[in-house]
Ligand binder design. Sequence first.
Ligand code: CMP
Length: 143
Amino acid sequence: MERTLVLCKPDAVQRGLVGQILTRFEQKGLKLVGMKLRQFPKELLEQHYSDHKERPFFPSLVGFMGSGPVVAMALEGIDAIAVVRGLMGKTNAREAAPGTIRGDLGMSFSNNLVHGSDSAESAAKELALFFPGADELVDWTPC
Ligand code: CMP
């Protein structure tokens, strides 16, 4: 069983797509174990995207992610990291396959609606960053 971080980026929140995006993950069978809406501080976003800090798009990426509220979710399931990335589609939404979140709902490379952790190591780091409290992720089983 794995847990992964998903961010619904400011474009998804502003376009009213959070419900649709969450529904896709839930319908697939992933379990929601944490969720919050916040306008996250620049320092946290810089840390989150620290692997990209030398890339030319880093300042605009951090600026965009801090420009409005983001919905952070923790999702759980077998192979959750790969399953989420499959559902999201390619980073460049114009190239993402139909049927994926980005492929169906987006046209942008940078404002691409969602982020999902890309490895077990990233998931652990990102979940700790966005859900630092001991009680923020909920272990639950169906009644
Ligand atoms: P995400 O999955 O959040 O991970 C890093 C983000 O950087 C990516 O989605 C895009 O939003 C952004 N990104 C990656 N490559 C580029 C690029 N070449 N130009 C602009 N933004 C990019």
